[in-house]
Design a protein around this ligand. Structure first.
Ligand code: SF4
Length: 528
């Protein structure tokens, strides 16, 4: 939209601008807490209010709570990074759908239901993307409905395929764009939307929690955002760098809801939607080189997210605007080389993105040393603007931190019964019930979109060493170990997948590749 408007105001002929969206409808796969910092929106569309932007209430009341198993302690003040003055509680999926409508009104072609599956190159120059074939059966054969994917060639390709994007992952690898960066770290956010009696929280109330059910060694916390007096967004974020292979993020979320302070808010309510999504938390030091010959990488795909503020939507919008400005300049100059597109980095360096991310560049890494160290350093970074003796503070890929069952638990690990959370389907839910509320829908007869490169590892080494952590870290029960004639084997229930990307990120052997299923498949996050 920004590119179309810039082109119009420069007096040039309209450009052909296409947006590919793998969801059935714009915003259908978008999931976040979400609190919107409106700074980028104000710059993009100053008249957003008169255009009917679907923003929820302005944040009115903020609380930060520390939870023990039974008790609640309120922080006497809200730490500055968690202050949300002037921000809005929103549904990201609805906001994204509205933005797509604004873009279409400016002449942008938004193609929903089309997944980009491959990056097109000429030499090392990116020249576009290929969309996935449709109508392919489980064995790879063509069904009567077969439609070949199409090549969409572009002078500038902007990769905005989200956290651990399938296209960005291959581009970073092939062009070594992250070679000089710290490894990206991730967290998993699991969220439910609840309808509750209207006497619980005023609209615009924002609650963040630390502590229970996480141990001090684990990073994360809970959130409750009041979209309306009778509608709460309830979620839990867990760092995907935990050591205990038996840790279960979905179970942690259920435990969180059973805490007396949270259960009281949800009593007599009803869960109406469910979803999960990973988020990039590595910050400034984990940003890759976000430009290449013919291409730019923006938003979560590149890792533009402030994990201390728990916000990335405004940074995704801001970097999208920069991409538009740099792309227009490249088009007008007839030069989309990396040298020309490097202007994107200058914009990031000279503007609000660096001002926001650089001072907190080591905070997530500090949480790798435990909750207390992380909190202490987060406070310190407000004074020293992120300085530390070793800058960047060392960081490791999350999957490398996971220990084997024996290393973590010794010879007597807890059994499944000890780890189980009571499921009552009123306050707590099993994964399959949750998946039903995600609206996930995929064509059943298609090749699996979860490519496990060595299934033998799953039934041998991974089973013995890590007790198959995918059974626990996948929030949608996609992975199951089942008995078969040849012994136990991994079964992949791909149609449950909610596209969170956790398996691609956290598998200890790094043998899982998430690739897009047939366009249109996936969750339906309306209202999330
Ligand atoms: Fe997430 Fe992977 Fe499970 Fe899909 S299969 S829901 S991407 S962990």
């Amino acid at each position: 939209m920004h590119l179309a408007r810039l082109r119009k105001s420069s007096g040039g002929d309209p450009l052909a601008i296409a947006v590919l969206e793998k969801s059935r409808e714009s915003g259908g796969h978008m999931l976040s807490g979400a609190i919107l910092d409106p700074s980028a929106l104000r710059d993009l569309l100053p008249d957003f209010e008169s255009r009917g932007a679907p923003l929820g209430p302005v944040v009115q009341d903020e609380r930060v709570l520390f939870l023990t198993e039974r008790r609640t302690f309120r922080f006497p003040i809200t730490p500055p990074p968690l202050k949300n003055h002037g921000c809005h509680v929103i549904s990201l999926s609805r906001f994204a759908r509205w933005l797509a409508e604004q873009a279409e009104a400016e002449g942008v072609d938004v193609f929903t239901g089309f997944a980009a599956t491959e990056v097109l190159y000429e030499g090392e120059r990116i020249v576009g993307v290929r969309t996935g074939d449709r109508g392919v059966d489980r064995q790879g054969g063509r069904k009567p409905t077969f439609e070949q994917g199409v090549d969409i060639r572009a002078t500038v390709t902007v990769l905005a395929d989200g956290v651990r994007g399938n296209l960005t992952k291959t581009v970073l690898g092939r062009l070594r764009l992250a070679a000089a960066s710290q490894p990206q770290s991730y967290a998993l956010g699991i969220k439910e939307l609840w309808e509750v009696p209207a006497d619980r929280l005023a609209a615009g109330t924002v609650v963040h929690t630390l502590g229970y059910p996480l141990r001090a060694e684990e990073f994360g916390g809970g959130f409750i955002y009041a979209l309306a007096p009778d509608r709460l967004s309830v979620g839990f974020v867990t760092g995907l760098d935990y050591r205990d292979p038996l840790f279960d993020p979905h179970a942690a979320f259920q435990r969180f809801k059973r805490h007396p302070a949270i259960a009281a808010l949800l009593a007599d309510g009803q869960m109406v939607r469910y979803g999960a999504k990973a988020l990039p938390e590595g910050g400034w030091h984990a940003l890759p080189r976000a430009y290449a010959d013919g291409a730019l990488v923006i938003g979560d795909a590149a890792g533009f997210l402030n994990s201390l503020r728990l916000k990335g939507i405004h940074l995704a919008m801001r970097t999208g605007m920069y991409a538009a400005e740099v792309a227009l300049d490249a088009l007008q100059a007839g030069d989309a080389s990396a040298d020309r597109l490097e202007a994107f980095r200058d914009k990031v360096d000279d503007g609000p993105v660096r001002r926001e991310l650089y001072p907190v560049r080591n905070v997530h890494q500090a949480f790798g040393h435990g909750l207390l160290a992380g909190l202490a350093y987060a406070g310190l970074s407000l004074l020293n603007r992120g300085w530390w003796l070793r800058d960047p503070m060392p960081s490791h890929p999350g999957h490398e931190r996971m220990q084997t069952v024996r290393a973590y638990h010794g010879s007597d690990p807890p059994g499944p019964a000890q780890a189980a959370v009571p499921i009552d389907r009123t306050l707590t839910f099993d994964r399959l019930t949750n998946v039903h509320f995600s609206g996930a829908r995929h064509e059943e007869d298609q090749p699996t979109h979860l490519l496990v490169r060595d299934l033998d590892i799953c039934r041998t080494r991974c089973r013995e060493e890590f007790a198959n952590p995918c059974l626990r870290f996948c929030p949608a029960q996609v992975y199951e170990m089942v008995e078969s004639d040849d012994g136990v084997r991994l079964q992949i229930n791909a149609s449950n997948c909610v596209h969170c990307k956790t398996c691609d990120i956290l598998d200890p052997y790094q043998i899982v590749d998430w690739v897009p299923p047939e366009g249109g498949g996936g969750p339906h996050y309306d209202g999330m």
